[in-house]
Structure formats: C-alpha cells, structure tokens
Ligand binder design. Structure first.
Ligand code: HEM
Length: 585
C-alpha cells in the first residue's frame, strides 16, 4: 500500500510539474501576441540521435494529419516533412508551446533576415552543440568574442586558391569513383555499357571525405585503398590502407568516418562520461575511446607536417595551412588559433563539410534519375560549357570552367531547396527579451525562447517560389530562363545571399533560401561545397546518364516514397537505398 501511494504520488508530481510548466508557457506565449500551438515536448538533439528510430515516424503516421504535423514539427528529425503546412495554418511566425519551453518557428523571409543579422539579440544556442566540441571549443560551438576569434582565423582560409584545390580533387575523386564503379558493378545493357549501384551513400561519403581530406588537410587519398606494403614513411600513416598503421586502431579514413557515424557515442564516451570512471569497465565503448585518441593523434601529426611546410610568406592552399598562416605571434591581443583550436576546427570542418555535401549529391542523383528531361537540360549545359575545353576532365581549369557550369549549379541549389541538409537553423533569445518585426507589428519574445528558422517551410512556400514550389525544377534558377517565377525579383536590391553570389542565377527573396544559413553565422564552406558538387556532377553526368535501376511504375513510386520519408539526424537524408543505373553515354 505504501509503495502504491509513493508511485501514485510521484506520478502525480510529474503530471503536476508538466501541467504547471505548460500553463506557465501558455501565459508567456499569450503575452507575445503571436499564434501558438500546444506541443507535447521538445526532445534534444542527443535524444533524437539515439532514439529517433523508424518506430516513431511509423506511430506518428497513424495520427490525423493536423496532429501528425504538430508532432513532426516538434521532433527535429521529422520537421522537414511538415514543409509549409504549419505556416499555412498559423502564419509565418508562430510559437510551439510545451511544458519545457517555447520554440518560435519562423517561415517568413523578412523575419529570417532580421534574426540572422541581429547576432546579439538572437545568438546561436551553443549549449545545444556541446556534442560537437569533443576536441575543445571551435567556430561552431562558440558565441560572441570567442566565436569572432575562431571566425577571424578560419574564414580567411576559404579562398579561391583553396577552391581550386577542391575543384581538382573533386574531379579526380569523381573520375576514380566512376572507374571503380565500372570495374566493380558492370552490367550488360542493350546498346552500351554501364553499372548499377545498389546504394550510393557510402561511396558519395567517401568522395566528399577524400575531398575534405585533401583540400582541408593536405592528405590525398585514392578512391580505392592501397596495399599495406606500400606504406614507407611516417607521413604514409595517412594513406588509405586496409589495416591501420602501427600504434593506431583505425586508419585515418576509417577514424574520420567512424567519428561521423558514431558521433553520439563518441561524445558520450569522451565528453560526457567523467574521466574518473575506469575505462576498462566500459568495454562496449572501447572503439569510441580508441577513435577519439587516434583522430587526435592524426590531427596533431597533420599540424606538425603543415607547420614545417608553412613559411609565412605564401598563400595557403589547404585549410590547415590557412589556419596556421593566420597566426600572428606578435599580436598580443589575438595571436591566432592555438594547436588545440586548430584541431578542434579541423574536426568540425570534417563534420560540417562532408556529410552535408554527400547527402546533397545523393538526393541530386536520384532526382535527376527521376526526371530525364531535367537531366537532358543539365547534360546539354555541361556539353555547352565544356565544348572548347580539354576532353580529359583532369585538365579542366577551375577559373575558366566552374563559372560556366550553370546547369549543375542550378541542380545543387534546387536539390538543397527541396531537401535542405540542415532543416532548421537554431537561434534563441538568450538572457534578455528580443523583438521581431512581423507584418507591420512588433512582437516581444521573452528570454530563453528558442527560435527555429525553418528551411522546410521557407523553401516550399508558394509565396517565394511560385505555384510549382514543390516540384524539382532546377531551370527556375537559370538567369537565362525569363519565364521563371524568380525572374520578377531581378530588380530588387540586396538579394544575393550565401551561396547565391553568381550573376548566372536568379535570386529568391532574401531570407527565403536558407541551406547555408545567412547573416553573421552563414556557412563558411558554401563555395567549397558548390565547387565540389558542381565538379563531381559535371564529371559523372558528362559520361553517364543516370536512371532508376527499376524504372517501373512501382520502382518510381518506391523512390518517391523514400524521398518523402527522409529524416534528419544531424543532416536530412534518405533512410533507404534506391538502386541507380549509370548508362555510358
Ligand atoms: C552542401 C553543403 C553544406 C551545407 C548545406 C552547409 C550548411 C551550413 C549551415 C546551415 C550552417 C549554419 C549552421 C548553424 O548556424 O547552426 C553552416 C555553418 C558552417 N559550415 Fe557549412 N554547409 C555545407 C558545407 C560546408 C563545408 C564544405 C564546410 C567546410 C569545409 C562547412 C563549414 C561550416 C562552418 C565552419 C560553419 C560554422 C560557421 C559559423 O558558425 O560561423 N560547411 N553550414
């Protein structure tokens, strides 16, 4: 009886706490004057990484659509699926109220622009990013003065010399990947040759990882691993061999990809777990401890290799050199990044810079396979851009050819519009109230209100993209397409946002396109990613036509279903594979 009373009492307390929290936040929401929606709760990123399985969306799919939208909107992993439906119901700015807080969803371009340009009123909620500072604070996990310090010494490294490196490496990797695919998965097709890839994910990740490895760290890796006996010098520890070098549990490539896939358990083992807990008691985290240690050692080694090559007079090519060159030992106020800070930023470049581009290219290939007319348009654009250029892609010149490859760039922009790798850009109001100006009125958001700049909603809005907003139409971006809905913006001032700095493309309303965020904290690697993806697409599509391996009605339906069920764990991705056929042109 006592136990019964204790359990009932505890449950009662939890329910009371829940009801009290909800009532309190509803009062706050009402005071703001903005429309609000009551939600169950807002799980954190770690919860979603660990528990955001397929079961949850399955359960949600049984709910009535309006309730499913509320649930999905509040479970970060599934938010993209709501597109702009909640914005249609509640307006461009509305609040999600739960017992544990308030989250303001923003799907209005003008309000997005205000927020991204008001860094002090709407800082980044860096407390949500602790999982990413395993190796110490870095540009993504800091705010305020500390962030300025990191940004100053990292932004300068993303310049055209580095983009040239990205270009050459992406071309090399795309060629090697196509050769490897042709060798490994050939198929007999009537009137020609080609290959079928059951799952592009792993190889596209490998391609982008190799590009960041080369253009970021100065470590060139072949697409295919080299035999172990060719490791000769200590620098060779970075070469991709089937087994790790002496003293390591992982090869460089395998530790970087392990870190990407197992980021949650690595953070648990190396960041959250107190250091006094004996590691031998946790055999199931053995690989996470080893991966952390190995990556640290590799990165330290890379710093020392790069230090010896940096003279202080040249311009850096790769990103590590760039960070080292930015050091000013005589400047007492800001001498530059310490070795530890360089390591932490390298770690974050790897995370920020490889999964995002890989997932975009995976979506792009499937979307092109589904739409052969669009693919013809892209192909013709590539042929036109390269018609007087060397036939061997390795001789393609970055400065001359990249600006002409408009059609693959349009594919990338359109893919990221419909499938933005980062579905929500998070901000918050911090410790003081902050005001937004929305449709002619001021609204005050109280302290500690989270703010989500909702790319899914903005990118599917008919107001910003026209009636065909939900369709894959890369041609809408092409400045030569005068029929495009975006053409009407041509005379509007101040449109070019991050990733849109090209005279060859139409610009959407500022704030309506957010794949690289915007304002102070916009993506540093946007051009890096664009050069990489445009080069890789041009190389692949020039020589191959990509199709669905199963192009029956059922196969197409299945591909569309898989696209539609994409979820976000760190980045938006398809959770099932769609086999693709590459037909040699
Ligand atoms: C398609 C590819 C990419 C997409 C969609 C993308 C998207 C984004 C977004 C949305 C942000 C803002 C995140 C936030 O504020 O929470 C961001 C920031 C950042 N990205 Fe990217 N990114 C891409 C590629 C890259 C690459 C290739 C690199 C580096 C090699 C990179 C490095 C960074 C860094 C360092 C930041 C932090 C900037 C700051 O806070 O000041 N990104 N990216």
């Amino acid at each position: 009886m006592i136990w019964y009373t204790v359990v009932v009492g505890l449950v009662g307390l939890v329910v009371l706490d829940y009801a009290w929290g909800l009532a309190k936040h509803i009062r706050v929401a009402r005071r703001s004057g903005l429309p609000y929606v009551i939600a169950l709760d807002q799980p954190n990123i770690l919860f979603m990484v660990l528990f955001g399985t397929t079961l949850l969306p399955y359960m949600i799919s049984w709910l009535p659509p309006w309730l499913a939208d509320i649930m999905n909107d509040n479970l970060g992993s599934f938010r993209w699926r709501v597109k702009n439906r909640q914005t249609k119901r509640y307006g461009g700015v509305y609040l999600n109220v739960s017992p544990h807080g308030i989250r303001c969803s923003v799907g209005d371009a003008a309000v997005v622009s205000q927020i991204v340009n008001a860094r002090h009123d709407f800082p980044k909620p860096v407390f949500q990013y602790r999982i990413l500072d395993m190796y110490g604070p870095n540009i993504v996990t800091c705010e305020d003065k500390e962030w300025s310090h990191h940004r100053r010494h990292t932004a300068t490294t993303f310049h055209e010399k580095n983009n040239d490196l990205v270009w050459r490496e992406s071309i090399r990797q795309a060629r090697e990947m196509a050769d490897y695919w042709q060798e490994t998965y050939p198929v007999n097709i009537p009137h020609g040759s080609g290959f079928t890839i059951q799952e592009t994910r792993e190889d596209l990740h490998k391609l982008t990882l190799n590009v960041i490895s080369s253009a970021g760290f100065g470590v060139d890796m072949p697409f295919k691993p080299i035999p172990q006996d060719s490791l000769k010098s200590t620098e060779d520890i970075f070469k991709d061999s089937p087994t790790p070098p002496a003293g390591f549990d992982f090869t460089f490539r395998s530790v970087v990809s392990y870190m990407n896939v197992k980021i949650a358990t690595m953070a648990l083992a190396n960041k959250i777990l107190p250091t006094w807990v004996p590691r031998v008691l946790l055999p199931f985290l053995k690989d996470d401890f080893a991966a952390y240690r190995d990556l640290d050692q590799y990165l330290q080694k890379l710093i020392s290799v790069n230090k010896s090559g940096v003279t202080g007079t040249e311009t850096a090519s790769n990103l590590i050199e760039g960070m080292l060159l930015s050091r000013r030992p005589d400047d007492a106020k800001d001498p530059g990044l310490t070795d530890r800070e360089v390591i932490s930023n390298m770690h974050i470049f790897t995370i920020a810079g490889h999964e995002t581009t890989a997932t975009t290219s995976r979506f792009a290939l499937l979307l092109l396979a589904l739409d052969q007319d669009v693919q013809d348009w892209v192909y013709n654009g590539i042929v036109e851009a390269t018609k007087n250029e060397p036939s061997d892609v390795k001789d393609w010149d970055y400065e001359r050819i990249f600006p002409k490859l408009v059609t693959p760039l349009c594919v990338m922009l359109e893919t990221m519009r419909l499938y933005p790798p980062v579905i929500t850009v998070p901000k918050w109001t911090g410790e003081t109230p902050s005001t937004i100006h929305y449709r002619g009125k001021d609204y005050v958001l109280e302290p500690h209100v989270k703010v989500s700049l909702n790319a899914g909603s903005l990118h599917y809005s008919e107001e910003y993209w026209g009636r065909d907003a939900a369709l894959f139409q890369p041609q809408r971006w092409d400045v030569c397409n005068h029929e495009s809905f975006l053409a009407q913006n041509a005379d509007m001032p101040g449109l070019a946002g991050p990733g849109l700095e090209y005279p060859t493309i139409h610009k959407p309303v500022r704030g309506a396109y957010l794949p690289f965020s915007d304002g102070f904290r916009a993506c540093l690697g946007k051009k890096f990613a664009q050069v990489e993806l445009v080069a890789a697409l041009a190389v692949l599509l020039r020589d191959y036509r990509v199709e669905l391996a199963d192009n029956s009605e059922e196969g197409r339906g299945n591909a569309c279903r898989i696209l539609d069920k994409s979820t976000s764990v760190l980045t938006l991705a398809m959770r099932e594979s769609v086999p693709l056929l590459f037909r040699k042109r």
